[in-house]
Design a protein around this ligand. Structure first.
Ligand SMILES: *[C@@H]1O[C@H](CO)[C@@H](O)[C@H](O)[C@H]1NC(C)=O
Ligand SMILES: *[C@@H]1O[C@H](CO)[C@@H](O)[C@H](O)[C@H]1NC(C)=O
Ligand SMILES: *[C@@H]1O[C@H](CO)[C@@H](O)[C@H](O)[C@H]1NC(C)=O
Ligand SMILES: *[C@@H]1O[C@H](CO)[C@@H](O)[C@H](O)[C@H]1NC(C)=O
Length: 345
């Protein structure tokens, strides 16, 4: 598939390609800037994030008194993740055959120094494991761990992609964004060279933060105001990502030899919202404002039938079909030909 596309591009006159003067942001599309992005023989994908990406780590904490999994933990596939089925990271593994190393934990923020949160599960209460304090250190420990004389992780620099998708439970957006790039920097120091930064989802469209006119399911005093504030926050952070990534990758050259893709999962999700028939495939009427898990005390989170008709699993989390779409497009991002990605340098 890739070879014919590359051949066709090779035939395009140079001026037909995006020029560096579009910078920043720019370079959208399959051949942005004649990007250097290239991942030959994808071997592994390493994931960091929150409930949108968590497999079984949070469940490990809650079933082990709040303690972290040991070094060298084989994070099992969760068939009842936050999307009601398998999480998108698992689908990336299925679609590519790559090793999936998923360090995401439900409830995580970027750093507990910025926004400490406490997880409560039954009688248990413990600080939510964050990307900064738990996830990246757990990865670093695993990357140095050996089993039977062999490295536990199979992460050759050229063939391994690292991705962070972390939400914005943060008061101070600048510190939050600093934290995200700091995590990439730690990964870089550990040898990582291919980074996919996933921008913020349109949380203002999730039923929890939606406008009352489209079925808000939150308990905020003024749901209209909350929804608009969420929209502004998401847009601000995503604009910072668009400008700061080329700054760090190209101008400041803080990551020599590294390749970056900013995956505009925000616009992909907005596209699902606006054009559901291109993405959702259940037999019930397609639904981007409601959600599958309707929980009552007598009927705990029983799903509606035809889950693939829904964009949202519950009032905050994408459905499994949405996650398949996110995964399918992630695969295109790492192939270097996604219209939802901007590649740097
Ligand atoms: C949110 O949805 C759940 C499940 O249908 C429902 O029980 C609850 O009353 C809703 N809450 C609000 C504030 O709309
Ligand atoms: C809710 O917030 C909106 C936007 O700030 C404002 O126009 C509206 O008056 C508020 N509604 C209430 C009931 O306070
Ligand atoms: C919808 O499409 C996905 C692939 O994206 C497939 O796995 C799933 O089975 C389909 N669902 C239905 C109800 O056909
Ligand atoms: C979407 O699903 C919800 C259930 O979460 C339902 O209340 C709503 O009427 C549906 N909307 C449409 C447009 O079908």
């Amino acid at each position: 598939m890739l070879v014919p596309i590359a051949l066709v591009l090779g035939l395009l006159p140079l001026h037909a390609r995006a020029s560096p003067q579009n910078f920043p942001p720019g370079g959208h599309g399959p051949w942005g800037h004649g990007s250097k992005w290239n991942v030959p023989n994808l071997k592994s994908v390493v994931f960091f994030g929150d409930s949108y990406t968590d497999n079984s780590r949070y469940a490990y904490f809650t079933s082990h008194g709040g303690n972290a999994p040991p070094i060298g933990y084989n994070n099992p596939t969760n068939y009842d993740a936050s999307d009601g089925g398998r999480i998108w990271a698992t689908y990336v593994g299925q679609y590519t055959g790559a090793n999936i190393y998923d360090y995401a934990v439900r409830g995580a923020v970027c750093s507990n120094n910025l926004t400490p949160r406490t997880a409560v599960s039954g009688s248990l209460s413990f600080p939510y494991p964050s990307v900064d304090q738990y996830e990246v250190p757990a990865f670093i420990a695993d990357s140095e761990y050996r089993v039977g004389g062999r490295p536990f992780l199979n992460i050759p620099a050229d063939n391994t992609v690292y991705t962070i998708w972390i939400g914005t439970k943060s008061g101070d957006l600048t510190s939050y964004v600093d934290c995200v790039y700091n995590q990439f920097s730690r990964l870089y120091q550990q040898g990582a060279r291919k980074f996919v930064l996933m921008n913020l989802a349109p949380l203002n469209l999730a039923p929890l933060y939606a406008l009352p006119s489209v079925g808000n399911n939150g308990t905020y005093a003024n749901a209209t105001e909350t929804s608009y504030r969420m929209l502004e926050t998401v847009k601000t952070v995503n604009a910072i990502y668009d400008y700061r990534t080329p700054f760090q990758a190209v101008i400041a050259n803080d990551f020599p030899g590294a390749q970056w893709a900013v995956y505009n999962v925000h616009d992909l999700l907005v596209d699902i919202y606006n054009n559901p028939s291109q993405y959702l495939n259940g037999s019930a009427p397609l639904n981007v404002t409601g959600f599958i898990a309707q929980c009552t005390s007598s009927n705990p989170c029983a799903g509606l039938t035809s889950p693939d008709s829904y964009m949202w699993y519950n009032n905050l989390h994408p459905s499994e079909q949405t996650d398949r779409v996110i995964a399918r497009n992630f695969v295109d991002v790492i192939k270097g030909n996604s219209k939802w990605a901007t590649y740097w340098p």
